[in-house]
Design a protein around this ligand. Structure first.
Ligand code: HPA
Length: 274
């Protein structure tokens, strides 16, 4: 058996008894958005530290646990905190939690993140539905022997983000009168923010937002044929687009400010996806 799969199965076996429900939706919460999980009907939580072989985040402000519960009547598993490639974990570990949530039974993956706005029409505090992505600047999480149990060797990536889920998000944002931009997310490794020249490169390549997560997770999830949707919180305009130097504090502050709107959007969207 491939090493990646063996580790995944061991992880799953070690927590299997502690999974209280079969989730339909797996939700990944980005920087500053983690509080969302505290407001749902929680059934139980599971600290990443308590899962054998599970990668644990080192970034401040990133909690590390799975929250199991219900949004409306929809059973969910929420990742409160994720690990990033820039922390030094190999890609196969970065995407292990996504694969684990699929093993728990989740069919839908809802990805969120904080990202830098690259599109001049965006403003800090906007939300952007991810309609496409550029993952070519980070190694594919599928490098290495293919795990046939998860998916095929050469998976198609024509429609990573599910059109039906995206349509639900559009309708919810319309009904709640919350502006939802749309665009392409480009993942860089980080942890440094981009230079102005790199931001310009991202724009020339067709990106609307830039960040340090998400696209790799979507590749792994698409490999497993999960249905995927994603929202970036544009926590700041990317480097060089304003006079202000960037900081992680600013990213968290903006995410905190828009959190109430974000919670409404996510809640209603998950209810309609259930
Ligand atoms: N660049 C990369 N990642 C980010 C940014 C940014 O400007 N803001 C939040 N995450």
């Amino acid at each position: 058996m491939a090493k990646v799969y063996e580790r995944l199965k061991n992880c799953y076996e070690s927590i299997r008894e502690q999974i209280p429900l079969q989730p339909k939706v797996a939700l990944v919460l980005g920087s500053g958005l983690g509080d969302y999980a505290d407001g749902i009907r929680i059934v139980s939580t599971l600290d990443y530290h308590d899962i054998a072989g599970f990668p644990v985040s080192t970034v401040s402000g990133h909690k590390g646990r799975f929250v199991f519960g219900y949004v409306g009547n929809v059973p969910v598993v929420i990742m409160q905190g994720r690990v990033h490639f820039y922390e030094g974990y190999p890609m196969e570990e970065v995407v292990l939690p996504i694969r684990l949530m699929k093993m728990m039974g989740a069919e839908i993956l809802f990805l969120t993140n904080a990202a830098g706005g690259v599109n001049y029409n965006f403003h800090a505090g906007d939300f952007m539905m991810i309609t496409g992505q550029i993952a070519s600047f980070v190694p594919s999480p599928l490098i290495g022997p293919n795990v046939e149990e998860l998916g095929e060797r050469f998976p198609d990536m024509s429609h990573i983000y599910d059109e039906n889920l995206s349509q639900i998000l559009r309708e919810v944002s319309h009904d709640l009168k919350i502006l939802l931009q749309e665009g392409t997310y480009l993942q860089l490794t980080g942890p440094n923010f981009e230079s102005p020249q790199e931001v310009k490169m991202c724009r020339i390549l067709g990106a609307d937002a830039v960040g340090m997560s998400t696209a790799c997770e979507a590749v792994a999830a698409n490999h497993m044929k999960m249905r995927i949707c994603g929202i970036s919180c544009i926590s700041n305009m990317a480097c060089g687009m304003t006079e202000q130097p960037l900081s992680h504090i600013e990213v968290k502050e903006t995410a905190d400010q828009v959190a109430p709107k974000f919670k409404k959007l996510i809640t209603e969207a998950i209810i309609r996806m259930g």
